[in-house]
Design a protein around this ligand. Structure first.
Ligand code: G3P
Length: 505
């Protein structure tokens, strides 16, 4: 295979990272990262400045190349992974966004979503898009922009505006407005895309009043997306996937039944279900895991909105720790006889409750409860929520007789993301799941997945089977908790959640 490097751009919710990988073994050789401003203009609203997304992307790509001492001639391709659902609308002539990006966490369209549900659209939306009607997804955010930015709807009707998720906006800027495209995984998060047919759906566009002329062209995850000259010479963009789907690829979850869970700000678990989409009976999402050579592989997805954010709360909200790495050590000092539950519904609850109005609560406080018990409850909440997700996934898969080839969900969970550095948290996860938890050597799986997609297209990376064979285990956490203790602890969590749901408070 020819030598070369792949540049992965991971545009996430709180920071933008670029990692240069050497091929064919995808060893990281340089990393650059920048945080950018979060804007909270009203309660429950979250926005990003489009120029921050672009400027930080450009800066980290340039910095990574400078650190590695590489020029454009050394980079065979770019792979992009991005925060999903976050919505941008821009002027095709100027390339300027007409409003700040509305971020996936933003709840401003909760009432619009409730109205759509009450009007009886939930079944059609689920059938076509695989999604539940929730402000999380892009469609109602586009409608909000067209209805609230003066003149936007008329300009959109005249074909002057473009819509895209973050990948699509960055691609437009990278190609100087020559390419308006996205990939199937990002399209699948808009609530406008028919995930079975693999095309934009006219009925969904009509329902959300989104003109078809605004939509990007949808392509495979590993294909030609145009070339960019912004890094000093022409480099092709060869891979795009939503960040959680990129992590699924980076974890080499290519076989039906395999699953991964990524612990960042939130936690997103994806279970590969093969070439047939599985409709959930447990309020999971049906989504596209990846699309290669026109063939779609599907996944069931569980989304938890607060995972690492609970550790940030311990640090920034409560001041109990100075840095995230201390949380496990503090939790280990908690009194094992106490059982305190934190339900971190800071922005509502995702799967399986989808309760946008729920807010966080802590249950089981006594006079003896102290900082260590808070830390333990915060870390344990991540384990309990993962079990909620995996229980729903296993039941969904069993209900349809298994994934594409009859495979049930694997009993091994592959994990990645910042929180997996905590041995204490990973051990609790294995204990409460009653199943092994595998932490890979390479924990930058999102960037790795984007790099692999681009490297595959460039002919610099091996086949998925060979890539999967090269996946390396750092450490397996095996369950050590007695079953009776595990089930009692989990039952306590379920009671705590029931008391936290908005209908009950
Ligand atoms: O669906 C939202 C998800 O893609 C965000 O991921 O890692 O940017 O928090 P992250």
């Amino acid at each position: 295979m020819p030598a070369g490097h792949i540049l992965a751009l991971d545009q996430g919710t709180t920071s933008t990272r670029a990692i240069l990988f050497r091929t064919p073994d995808l060893v990281p050789v340089a990393v650059a990262q920048q945080e950018f401003a979060q804007h909270y203009p009203a309660s429950g609203w979250v926005e990003h400045d489009a120029e921050d997304l672009w400027d930080s992307s450009l800066a980290v790509m340039r910095e990574a190349m400078a650190k590695a001492g590489l020029g454009p001639q050394d980079v065979a391709g770019i792979g992009i992974a991005n925060q999903r659902e976050t919505t941008l609308v821009w002027d095709r002539r100027t390339g300027k966004a007409i409003h700040r990006a509305i971020v996936w966490q933003d709840r401003r369209t909760a009432a619009a979503c409730a109205a759509l549900r009450e009007a009886g659209h939930a079944a059609a939306v689920a059938r076509t898009t695989g999604l539940l009607i929730d402000p999380y997804f892009s469609a109602t955010k586009v409608t909000w922009l067209l209805d609230h930015v003066p003149g936007a709807r008329e300009a959109a009707e005249r074909g002057e505006l473009a819509f895209g998720t973050v990948d699509s906006f960055l691609l437009w800027r990278l190609t100087d407005g020559r390419v308006h495209a996205t990939d199937a995984t990002n399209a699948a998060r808009t609530m406008l895309f028919d995930i079975r047919a693999g095309r934009w759906d006219a009925a969904m566009c009509a329902l959300h009043r989104v003109p078809a002329s605004m939509l990007p062209e949808v392509r495979d995850c590993a294909t030609e997306f145009g070339t960019t000259g912004v890094l000093g010479g022409e480099i092709p963009v060869l891979g795009i996937a939503g960040d959680q789907q990129a992590a699924t690829v980076g974890q080499a979850c290519f076989r039906p039944g395999m699953l991964k869970s990524t612990y960042g700000t939130g936690c997103f678990a994806l279970l590969n279900t093969g070439e047939t989409p599985v409709a959930s009976s447990h309020r999971l999402l049906t989504t596209i895991a990846y699309q290669l050579e026109g063939r779609r592989t599907y996944a069931l997805e569980g989304a938890i909105f607060v995972a690492g954010a609970a550790v940030q709360w311990l640090r920034d909200g409560l001041g109990l720790i100075r840095e995230a790495g201390e949380s496990g050590r503090l939790a280990a000092q908690a009194d094992p006889a106490q059982r305190c539950y934190l339900v971190p519904a800071f922005v509502g609850l995702g799967v399986p409750h989808w309760d946008a109005e729920a807010r966080g609560a802590i249950h089981g406080l006594t006079r003896a409860t102290g900082p260590a018990d808070f830390a333990r409850a915060a870390l344990e909440s991540v384990g309990y929520q993962t079990r909620d997700l995996l229980t729903a996934m296993t039941a969904d898969l069993a209900g349809v007789g298994g994934a594409a080839d009859g495979a049930g969900a694997s009993n091994v969970l592959r994990v990645d993301g910042g929180m997996v550095a905590s041995d204490w948290t990973m051990q609790f996860l294995a204990d409460i799941l009653g199943a092994p938890v595998d932490r890979p050597v390479v924990r930058e799986t999102t960037a790795l997945g984007a790099a692999y997609l681009a490297g595959l297209r460039a002919g610099l990376c091996p086949s998925p089977e060979e890539f999967a064979a090269a996946w390396r285990l750092d450490r397996r956490f095996t369950p050590a908790m007695e079953m009776a203790e595990r089930e009692a602890a989990y039952a306590g969590w379920q009671r705590a959640v029931r008391r936290t749901l908005s209908g009950i408070l």
